[in-house]
Design a protein around this ligand. Sequence first.
Ligand SMILES: [Zn+2]
Length: 311
Amino acid sequence: MGKNAGWSEYTSSRGHKITFPLATIQGANPGSRLTVTAGLHGCEYSGIAAAIELFNYLDPATVKGKIDIVTVASVAAFYEKSAFVNPADKKNPNRAFPGREDGSYTEAQVYFLLNDIIRGSDFYLDLHCGDMIEIIEPFALFHTGAGDAIDAKSSELAFYYGLPNIIPTSFQGVWSDQGTSYAAAAELGIPSAIVEAGGNGVLEQEAADIHLKGLLNVLRHLKMIEGEAEVPDIGKYYADFKWIYAPVPGLWSNSLPLGSLVMPGDRLGCVKDLFGTVIHNLTAPVAGKIVFMTSAAAMKENDIILGIAMN
Ligand SMILES: [Zn+2]
């Protein structure tokens, strides 16, 4: 029983040095093993803050089972303030799972994270926010296609986290979750969810509190801490996820605020060239709710603009 905080260190066969700050709570009583990661995107500070708070808040004497918390899964990106990708190879760690030991920096990083820390867990939660230039309505994603029992448990984790938007995703979905942490874990038979609150490269205490509340409620639901889990009454389930990318480079200006409900054909905004001429009008291809959008107006071709949780 007790708490332990230290660095897990790895050197891949290609010489990449990977480190994870790993905080472990070994409970006094037997129970499940939950792994929590935050900071897989290094600029998503509210999730990182919540993971650190969870470690400091819990008393091992009242915990059943074991909680492994990687407080910052992408340490290099964190220190370099590198949005979306790792500085070493410019790869997005949350598109690189399951990774490979003899791959690039990011491929090796997620390989060690998945195989040495996440594998063997009973449950897995990956804490995110909007990235450095993204605003979001809090949402949870869970993977489907790992078998009915795993899918149902993953859905439960997403639900009990208590966020207002819950989106099932799959490899073959409108938005493919191939390469993501939670899909890779689910495919290993570990019920999992990605949970997002906060954004814009800001440590928002309000968003960290949303994460901490969600973590504690899931721990109650899993009987890993005392108390009855609250049954959230705000979680709306959507059908799938649609991401909208800039078709041309330019200056983006949006017509609808975050959280807007859209129908196909609704005007989302436009891209102008750098002299003010509208070069592309963007309309919603599906019905649903805008749950995240970029807060940066500068668009390269194929940059992400916004995401719609589909009805
Ligand atoms: Zn993220």
